[in-house]
Design a protein around this ligand. Sequence first.
Ligand SMILES: [Zn+2]
Length: 94
Amino acid sequence: MSDLVYRLRKRAEIRRQISTRKSVQEGKPDRIADLLEEAADYIERLQTVGTYEDVPTKCKDHPDAPHGFDRNASHNADRYVCECESWEPEEKNT
Ligand SMILES: [Zn+2]
């Protein structure tokens, strides 16, 4: 996590804990804090995509293999996973 993302989240956390704030006293959502966290999430997402793009992938060289960003597999493996990695060529009965 980058320093900026950390500071955005920290600032949102601090805002939510200030007991003299009206929104805190009334238990209402803090729009600025929400916005800070939204920005932090967005930056983090962009950074993750950037990281994925830097990772060289070993693609299957089968002519029918599909290629593209496998979102679920990439999330689970914490790296860029190409769609072709989970793809198997169909058995051809000759
Ligand atoms: Zn591929």
